[in-house]
Ligand binder design. Structure first.
Ligand SMILES: [Zn+2]
Length: 169
């Protein structure tokens, strides 16, 4: 078995999606169209509104994902379970009095978790998580990025941080 096959098998076992029967519950037609998609708060399931192409009736499907907990490796080598709320609060603190809104922060947390789940290992270095957040904040709001970087200094590329700081001063 090639390394790629093993990797994708591992990824699949951590992030498996179980599709429910998508055929129309009214007329059993197979072809349906997604009219609305909504991720649930914890990313455990995705709710989709579908419309039957044949009879035009609408119905809802839920696609569930099964998660294995992600582990964060702290600076001292201590390990703890990845906590979305903790990450969100950390970002919120850096974004106080900036233009970054709650929706932006939620999106960053979702993005970062999704990216972590694509890694080869369920154990992710806290520094790596900090860098992923910093990278995204930088695109949204430079001030929030600088604040995040100064609070979580050890997580970011310092040279890059200094450069951004110079631009603002
Ligand atoms: Zn139908």
């Amino acid at each position: 078995m090639s390394k790629n096959t093993i990797d994708s098998a591992l990824t699949f076992s951590r992030w498996s999606v179980f599709f429910y029967d998508m055929k129309c519950p009214y007329c059993s037609h197979q072809d349906t169209e997604v009219v609305e998609t909504r991720d649930s708060e914890d990313l455990a399931s995705t709710r989709r509104r579908r419309e039957c192409i044949k009879c035009s009736k609408r119905f809802t499907t839920y696609e569930r994902t099964e998660n294995v907990p992600l582990i964060v490796i702290k600076k001292e080598g201590r390990k703890e379970q990845f906590d979305r709320d903790k990450l969100r609060h950390g970002i919120m603190r850096a974004c106080e009095k900036t233009l970054v809104g709650a929706d932006d922060i939620q999106k960053i947390v979702d993005d970062v978790e999704r990216e972590m789940r694509g890694f080869d290992s369920v154990e992710v270095d806290s520094k790596k998580i900090g860098q992923m957040v910093a990278h995204r904040l930088k695109k949204i709001d430079k001030v929030a990025y600088i604040r995040f970087a100064s609070v979580f200094r050890r997580f970011v590329d310092l040279e890059d941080f200094e450069k951004e700081l110079q631009k603002l001063l």
